[in-house]
Design a protein. Structure first.
Length: 348
């Protein structure tokens, strides 16, 4: 009964977040199509080279596949012999919820919840997500540094005042990376932060301070045990890094294949990877569901020096549909399918 109630609560919250997400998307696309003729966008899409659009879609498909491989790698190392199908389920669920919640905050709790439904230990699930995110943040910074070194002139000259928002996004990503790194590799530092947090809670007379701190300390111990085990398997970090690097390079190639599909030439794939790496790290931590609105605005700014003005709006819409909107819809449908299937099995 408790499991059913929790499932209903998860579905209810996801439904509400989805409705809010759809409203935001509708507002954003109202302003987009106000300045871009819908028929022109449709014409661009219909006349685009299908071969390159298929390559772009395949790149996006590999994004979640690589994420699933990372989760499977860590959990298998920890002794949880899960199938790729299960790992893909966790990946899709996390992607969907992170896309409809501010700063992608809901993705990891959803993945952890889906793992717990399959009887995976919370500590194992948490450490798999932490390692995946640590690798993810590390690759983001490596590619962003590469992007800034090779395309900083495009980035700085095209964004205008939006560059301050971009710097905020970069700072937030750095903060998240540092926190994950400390949680996994520096237990004393985390214990120090927990102690400071405890003193703050007691100072403001928070009623459940002791139980909250006790739970935090238990989780820190569990993370530490799992991390100690993983440190003995150093090859896992190389696997995670290479998989994540492949994942993000393929993702950053999507705008390039859209560019080619529209019959445009002259800008190299390296430039697209560089520019997209800067764009992505700039908006990924912005407190807006899926960075909707700011991603579109930043795209229009930063790619204005690459695309002709006549096709810029169409290119942005096609790119965002491939690397975000269509996949969010697919992930949402699949996630609801998982819930329905599991509940049906439970009833049986």
């Amino acid at each position: 009964m408790k499991k059913k109630m929790k499932d209903d609560n998860i579905i209810k919250k996801s439904f509400i977040s989805s409705i809010l997400f759809i409203i935001i998307v509708m507002i954003v696309f109202y302003f987009i199509f106000k300045d871009n003729n819908y028929k022109e966008v449709q014409h661009m899409f219909v006349t685009a080279d299908r071969r390159f659009l298929i390559l772009a879609i395949l790149c996006m498909s590999c994004f979640s596949i690589c994420e699933a491989l990372n989760v499977k790698t860590v959990l298998n190392t920890l002794g949880d012999k899960i199938s790729f199908k299960d790992a893909y389920k966790y990946s899709l669920s996390g992607f969907f919820v992170s896309s409809i919640t501010p700063s992608s905050t809901g993705g990891d709790p959803m993945e952890l919840y889906m793992m717990s439904r399959d009887k995976i230990k919370i500590s194992h699930g948490a450490i798999s997500l932490l390692l995946k995110l640590l690798s993810y943040q590390f690759v983001l910074f490596l590619l962003a540094i590469f992007g800034f070194l090779t395309s900083h002139k495009i980035f700085m000259s095209s964004l205008g005042n939006l560059k301050y928002l971009a710097f905020l996004g970069i700072f937030l990503n750095l903060l998240v990376f540092t926190l994950y790194f400390l949680i996994i590799f520096f237990k004393p530092a985390i214990l120090f932060l927990v102690d400071l947090f405890s003193k703050l809670l007691h100072k403001i007379h928070f009623k459940k301070a002791d139980s909250l701190i006790e739970n935090l300390l238990k989780q820190v111990d569990e993370y530490s045990k799992a991390a100690t085990y993983l440190k003995k398997n150093k090859k896992i970090f190389v696997k995670l890094f290479l998989t994540t690097l492949t994942q993000m390079i393929l993702y950053y190639c999507i705008p390039y294949f859209v560019y080619l599909s529209l019959g445009l030439r002259g800008t190299s794939i390296i430039t697209f990877i560089s520019v997209q790496s800067m764009l992505f790290i700039s908006v990924s931590s912005i407190p807006s569901p899926g960075a909707v609105g700011i991603s579109e605005a930043t795209f229009m700014k930063i790619y204005s020096q690459i695309y002709p003005e006549t096709v810029l709006g169409s290119a942005m819409i096609i790119t965002r549909f491939i690397n975000f909107y269509i996949f969010v819809l697919f992930a949402g449908i699949m996630m609801m399918g998982y819930f329905v299937r599991d509940n049906f099995k439970t009833k049986e």
